[in-house]
Design a binder for this molecule. Sequence first.
Ligand code: C2E
Ligand code: MG
Ligand code: MG
Ligand code: MG
Length: 283
Amino acid sequence: HGKQFARHHSVIFTVNQDKEMRESLALERALREARMEEEFHLLFQPQHDVAAGRVVSFEALARWQSPVLGPVRPDRFIRAAERAGLIQQVTRVLFGKALDALDLWPDDITVSFNLSAQDLADRAFVFSLVAQVHGRAIDPARIEFEITETAVMKDIAASRVLLEDLSAAGFKIALDDFGSGYSSFEYIDQLPLDKVKIDKSFVRKVTDSATSREIVAGIITLCRNLDLKCVLEGVETEAEMSTLAPLAPQLIQGYLFGRPMPQRDVLRLLLKPERPVDDASAA
Ligand code: C2E
Ligand code: MG
Ligand code: MG
Ligand code: MG
């Protein structure tokens, strides 16, 4: 009986694997043939400063509308681009678009941009991005690179040197998805970070779990004591917000405050009258 089940099971597994293999090959081919400037675009999701009561930053999130495959989720095409050796090309195109958008925002609004493991593994590539910023006379302090533990764990010493150089050049560094996967306090200790982003899987649990609440509270306190900015990712509901409010979170990024949106909506939001005027002469 058991044997029969095992055989049956392995057949299903093979069929699924085969399907996955064909899908990922189709994905890589579509990427290779993509006209990236046209097919890729960015959406921007606000980061809300709770005390100031306003948006201070936007995370740039990649979207791909493939003429062959339709819309493809970013985590899928980023991984496919890494497998196909195309990630740097994708990153360069997206980064150019992020700078185009940032150019039209007020000076006190910043952009967060995700770098993948393979981007970060190549020093020369990262510095070609830096050169793009210098070439356009944009203040590096308005640009924050988001990195994940997977991107730095292969070689934390080399990552530290690179991030220190970026930091010295004026860029900001955020540790993304903290609390998920193998996140270690080692990264907070070793890397020149400006910001920690608490993974949305934690935020999702805070209304039901006192333990998750305490963990989030602990990370918020840790960040405050280390002078790191802290973002709660993935706040979707008023219930989550009222559970989290007593923990005095600094920054929130989640559907409750705004979904990823196109540039025209960003501009509309930044021009809204409730945005406090910080320059008296503008009034
Ligand atoms: P991430 O960097 O952690 O980005 C945050 C993700 O959480 C985004 O998903 C965002 O839309 C989603 N999110 C934000 N608030 C909420 C919420 O309240 N509820 C829920 N359920 N989700 C929320 P998205 O845009 O699908 O991106 C997924 C991942 O793909 C990103 O995770 C990032 O790892 C990767 N990615 C996106 N754009 C880029 C890029 O330009 N370069 C690289 N290397 N990776 C990117
Ligand atoms: Mg991110
Ligand atoms: Mg994240
Ligand atoms: Mg993520």
